[in-house]
Design a protein around this ligand. Structure first.
Ligand code: CMC
Length: 490
């Protein structure tokens, strides 16, 4: 093929034949963790006084785990843990968080070191292949990614079904799900080569998918990526370039800032969206459909949607004078309101990503000569007040990654509705690597939690003419709630 000539994919049939199957299989095998052997045991006393022994699993870091896989067969009991607050669902070697210390490692490297010394493509490589790339590795990987950046022209017709004004996250859920229609028949998730191709495809294509989602929402024409630009520059170019202006240039400094933001979001162990991707994948579903499920989970304001919600909250506060009222409302259990961008399931200390994000905020404001900005002024004052308030101190609630990210993205010129899309773009590498880690295991357990059933026991159907109003029928459940069940009425 001549240089400069368009190619549809790095993974045409004859290219696949040239792939080093043995090496790809070996890498995935090395990167597939196994459950550690256990010599420690703990005892559990059941209500009838019987004692059973359960193995204790010790990882390389983090709290030990009681292995309850055989609990039901040994005791007849299940465990109850809504929200998986202290339940491990997998073994993994990708990311580690020490929530008490506020530390985050990708494959053993500190997030601060990675953000200071690497770019996002290095991080994708690290997460995919377990080591940072050499110069030669990087050139090759960069080329493979670039060859895979374009999406099929027919995928672009899917965007036409969305009206302008649609939320870009809604478009992302639909279009990434639609990718599975383009890559299904030839995706055998049991094959290491196919997993490799799926991983590169999603990470390479997601900037174009995200940029078109934005341009569709805005009713703007599509701009295609350029080979001479980096991964992150290409995303900014596809978002903002004017097709009528051939001189449009991506701001290098702002592209570097965005690149760091992508690094900070690349992976975060078993959060809601990653757990969603794993559970969807555990039924041997199409990987692109699994990523779409992850995007849906990320969208909520308790997870990745918090970055957009933080700016909504700061808009509502509007001035430093209104902060106290907002903090009081966040503490009021009847208000249903939470301080967005605050608190985390795992971090009981400052989220290290939020610290880096706060520094980025100042760098961007200096670079753009912004001296007075309501979001930053109110954001910093609100953080100070919350961090000295007993309610937040007692509960160890600190700013998380989403607290400052929206303020930086807004300063860069990214519209609010794209904040969570950028999170999804960055997290796609984490999702697919976690999916691949699970799919490389020799035996995959389908994700299937248990439940504590508190509904009716078996009952007889009455004839329709004998039935009372359906809402009245619910009163049957009321006596049980008095016995301790919590029933939510419509
Ligand atoms: N504002 C006020 N109170 C809070 C907040 C908050 N942001 N977060 C937690 N609390 C309180 C909560 O009411 C509870 O109080 P109590 O013990 O008196 O009932 C206590 O702190 C523990 O909260 P929880 O809901 O049991 O904690 P969780 O681990 O289930 O939830 C969270 C974690 C992130 C969903 C929650 O902190 C929250 O809703 N934060 C705001 C949304 C947000 O910023 N999300 C982004 C998370 S980080 C990015 C990502 O990974 O997606």
């Amino acid at each position: 093929m001549n240089s400069g000539q368009i190619r549809r994919s790095s993974f045409a049939e004859k290219d696949k034949e040239k792939m080093d199957k043995a090496k790809i299989e070996k890498i995935q095998k090395i990167l597939t963790p196994s459950i550690p052997n256990s010599s420690k045991k703990c005892k559990l006393t059941l209500p009838d006084g019987e004692e059973i022994e359960l193995p204790v699993l010790i990882g390389k870091a983090g709290p030990p785990m009681i292995d309850i896989r055989n609990l039901y067969s040994l005791s007849g009991y299940f465990t109850f843990d809504p929200g998986f607050t202290c339940t491990g669902s997998c073994v993994s070697e990708i990311t580690f968080i020490d929530g008490e210390k506020g530390e985050l490692l990708y494959r053993g490297y500190k997030i601060q070191d990675l953000a200071n010394n690497c770019d996002f493509v290095d991080i994708c490589y690290l997460l995919l292949y377990g080591a940072l790339p050499s110069e030669k590795d990087k050139i090759k990987f960069d080329e493979t990614m670039k060859n895979e950046m374009l999406v099929h022209e027919q995928l672009i017709s899917f965007y036409k079904g969305f009206q302008s004004g649609a939320h870009p996250m809604a478009i992302m859920v639909g279009v990434v799900g639609a990718l599975s229609a383009f890559f299904h028949n030839d995706v055998d998730v049991k094959d290491a080569i196919q997993r490799e191709i799926a991983a590169i495809r999603i990470v390479a294509k997601i900037p174009m998918i995200a940029a078109i989602a934005y341009r569709t929402a805005m009713g703007l024409p599509i701009v295609y990526p350029k080979k001479g630009l980096s991964y992150t520059e290409n995303f900014l170019y596809m978002m903002f370039a004017d097709p009528m202006d051939p001189d449009y240039k991506v701001d290098k400094f702002l592209a570097e800032v965005l690149d760091k933001i992508l690094i900070l979001h690349a992976d975060h162990e078993q959060n809601a969206s990653t757990a969603t991707v794993r559970i969807a994948g555990s039924s041997i579903a199409n990987p692109f459909a699994c990523i779409a499920a992850g995007i849906a989970s990320l969208w909520g304001p308790a997870h990745g949607g918090a970055n957009e919600a933080v700016l909504d909250m700061l808009d509502q506060i509007g001035s430093v004078d209104n902060i106290s009222a907002c903090v009081e409302k966040a503490k009021d259990k009847n208000s249903n309101f939470r301080l967005m961008g605050f608190g985390h399931r795992v971090y009981k200390n400052y989220d290290p990503r939020a610290e880096i994000m706060k520094d980025l905020c100042h760098d961007v404001f200096n670079y753009l000569n912004i001296e007075d900005n309501m979001y930053l002024n109110v954001g910093m004052a609100l953080e100070k007040i919350a961090l000295s308030d007993k309610y937040f101190i007692d509960r160890k609630l600190y700013p998380n990654v989403d607290y400052y990210s929206g303020i930086v993205l807004d300063a860069i010129g990214i519209p609010k509705s794209m904040f969570t899309v950028i999170f999804a773009l960055a997290r796609s590498i984490g999702w697919i690597v976690q999916w691949r880690e699970m799919m490389s295991e020799s035996s995959i357990k389908i994700g299937r939690p248990r439940q504590l059933y508190v509904g009716h026991t078996q009952r007889e159907i009455t004839k329709i003419e004998e039935r009372v109003d359906s809402y009245e029928q619910l009163s049957d459940l009321e006596p049980k709630s008095k016995k301790g069940f919590n029933i939510h009425k419509p």
